[in-house]
Design a binder for this molecule. Structure first.
Ligand code: NDP
Length: 449
């Protein structure tokens, strides 16, 4: 960064940190965007004069509420629920709901902020939001999860709507939780509308939505490789996570001829040098989605290595697909990946790489697709679910997969247009600038609102 730009970023970040004390994940997400956008804003006075970047870092509104529910033993439990409605300049608020004990305002603000740029990149008319609760679904019975979802929706329902704010799933919120949330919304709002996405197929859901984030992340990796005359065929991939995004990233990587050798959860990772084939993947889906077990059981079942308390980034590979959570690739992990020959990173998770790790990937000019571009396939198909709900029709699996692939190609193209540095593509700058322009232009058109 040139000195003057660096000084502007520093000044800007001081203000962000003062306004949002202690929110380190949010600061990190804003810093990453500010570094990319500042040179562009300095060259385009209209955005600077209208203070667009400052306005974009302040959410439209934040709703925080108490969630009371009763566990299976008759104990009253109290959790905190949130919805951060970040920006609706280009469409209704849209973004997932996360249930995890670590959920905090900082995490939801980082996710909501990223979502604004991601949704803009998809080319669909969606604003950005994120919500959730510090509720841990692990170890809870189905009935406890149902009661929690009902209590959560009993407050949330008055703040959302098909033309206002359309939540979806995220960590800890999958098909089961979306069904409970939708059932409660339908009951208390007395209307059947597309107010949530990721719904079951019997009640307005879309084909390919479950698969979309993982598939999209792999399509993005393939696009990056294609741009260098290469492909995923025969490549060795390391994947983290074993939830929704990881499972379908593995599935699509197999379709495209890659070999996947790791998966993880919050307790550790498995290393299967023979590769996770389709049969093993079906075992993982059953283990994680039905039995809700631990990835350690995979190693016991198939007789491979399990590394307790570790992440898979020290395993040699050419392609890394982080699909678990934020900040799971630190500087030392990024260095290990690079030292072992990894040259493609496509982020299924949101902000899985720390600033230090990201700087290393960029310095080494590898094919590095940041989450807001690489994992945008999920929200893109959510957007298509909203379209199908409004039109009261359902597209086929093939139509939707083609649309998803096409959207990922378009996102890749936009990143190349705005991130081309001559000898390499900086996909971080590309995604940030391309996502920014559409939202910023809409905000400029509205005047000061
Ligand atoms: P799931 O809840 O289905 O799976 C999450 C996976 O990540 C699990 O394997 C979980 O392990 C692991 N994990 C969660 N927290 C941690 C942690 N603190 N440390 C290590 N591992 C952890 O979530 P998704 O697959 O839906 O989401 C994964 C990532 O993808 C998130 O970053 C999410 O924001 C992002 N994303 C998801 C989209 C979607 O459509 N679902 C869309 C775009 C992005 P364990 O079971 O032990 O908790």
């Amino acid at each position: 960064m040139a000195n003057a730009i660096e000084a502007e970023v520093k000044k800007f970040m001081q203000d962000v940190e003062e306004r949002n004390p202690g929110e380190t994940e949010f600061h990190q997400a804003v810093y990453e965007v500010a570094k990319s956008i500042m040179p562009f804003v300095e060259d385009n006075r209209k955005y600077k004069d209208a203070k667009i970047l400052q306005r974009m870092t302040e959410p439209d509104r934040i709703i925080i509420f108490r969630v009371n529910w009763v566990d299976d033993h008759g104990n009253i439990r109290v959790n905190r629920g949130y919805r951060v409605q970040f920006n609706n300049a280009i469409g209704p608020y849209k973004g997932g709901i996360r249930y995890h004990p670590t959920v905090s305002l900082s995490i939801l603000k980082f996710l909501g902020f990223e979502q604004v740029f991601k949704n803009s990149l998809t080319t669909l008319p969606m604003g950005g939001a994120k919500g959730g609760a510090n509720f841990d679904p692990k170890g809870k019975s189905d009935m406890e999860v149902m009661r929690f979802c009902q209590a959560f929706m009993t407050e949330l329902f008055r703040h959302i709507g098909k033309d206002c704010d359309v939540p979806a799933g995220d960590i800890g919120v999958g098909a089961r939780e979306i069904s409970y949330l939708f059932g409660q919304y339908k009951r208390i709002a007395n209307e059947f509308t597309g107010v949530l996405t990721g719904k079951g197929l019997a009640f307005g859901g879309s084909l390919i939505r479950t698969e979309a984030t993982g598939y999209g992340c792999v399509y993005f990796a393939e696009e990056m490789l294609n741009s260098r005359g290469d492909s995923l065929k025969g490549k060795v991939c390391v994947v983290s996570g074993s939830g929704n995004v990881a499972q379908y990233a593995v599935e699509k990587a197999l379709d495209l001829g890659a070999k996947v050798i790791t998966l993880s959860d919050s307790s550790g990772f498995i290393y299967d040098p023979e590769g996770i084939d389709r049969e093993k993947l079906e075992y993982v889906k059953e283990l994680k989605n039905v039995r809700r077990g631990r990835i350690r059981e995979y190693a016991e079942h198939f007789g491979c290595e399990y590394h307790e308390g570790q992440r898979p980034w020290h395993v040699p590979c050419q392609v890394a697909l982080p699909c678990a959570t934020q900040n799971e690739i630190e500087g030392s992990d990024a260095k290990a990946l690079l030292d072992n020959g990894c040259f493609v990173v496509s982020e299924g998770a949101n902000m899985p790489t720390t600033i230090e790790g990201m700087d290393l990937f960029l310095k080494n000019k590898i094919l590095y697709g940041p989450g807001k571009a690489a994992n945008a396939g999920g929200v893109a198909v959510s957007g298509l679910e909203m379209t199908q709900n409004s039109m009261r029709l359902s597209w086929t699996r093939e139509e939707l997969d083609n649309k998803l692939r096409d959207i990922m190609k378009k996102i890749h193209k936009k990143c190349v247009t705005y991130g081309n540095k001559g000898d390499f593509v900086n996909y971080v700058d590309g995604a940030n600038v391309a996502g920014f322009i559409k939202v910023a232009d809409a905000m400029l058109a509205y005047g000061v609102v």
